[in-house]
Design a protein around this ligand. Structure first.
Ligand code: ATP
Length: 138
């Protein structure tokens, strides 16, 4: 079955939304097959977000992602990559639909980086690459 990498970002952990995010994942019918709380380092985040390295927000994105602990999870289920992105909602919390994680729980904070509570892999290739970065043993 399909796997995706889900991250509860530092804003989500700081706001005590880990349980709420994982509750929604499990309520949807997906399975958590690996789970870890950790503070990542800049090297891991720079590789994770390599596709954005030329974007103006790249440095603030990496700085934000290492600013505190995150929860990384491998989540499994048929169609989970698209399914989790539907649960997450669109990138900007301000315009994300109510009913989604970002739409229900997120807002703008005036930060240089969009703080949107969660990350989910966007393709099977991204999922395999990201799982390899965050869970090299799996
Ligand atoms: P993710 O990859 O984290 O699931 P996404 O696919 O919705 O989110 P991407 O376009 O891949 O968004 O951007 C990665 C992350 O970079 C976003 O989740 C957000 O935190 C941040 N980001 C994206 N666009 C901007 C922007 N224009 N300004 C500031 N930060 C941004």
């Amino acid at each position: 079955t399909e796997r995706t990498l889900v991250i509860v970002k530092p804003d989500g952990v700081a706001r005590n939304l880990v349980g709420e995010v994982l509750r929604r994942v499990e309520a949807k019918g997906y399975s958590i097959v690996a789970l870890e709380l950790r503070t990542a380092d800049t090297d891991l985040l720079a590789r994770h977000y390599a596709e954005h390295e030329d974007k103006p927000f790249f440095a603030s994105l990496v700085e934000f992602m290492v600013s505190g602990p995150v929860v990384a999870a491998i989540v499994e289920g048929h169609g989970v990559i698209e399914g989790f992105r539907s649960l997450a909602g669109s990138t900007k919390p301000t315009s994300a639909a109510p009913g989604t994680i970002r739409g229900d729980l997120g807002r703008e904070w005036g930060s240089a980086v969009v703080q949107n509570i969660v990350h989910g892999s966007d393709s099977p290739e991204s999922a395999a690459r990201e799982i390899g970065l965050w869970f090299p043993a799996l």
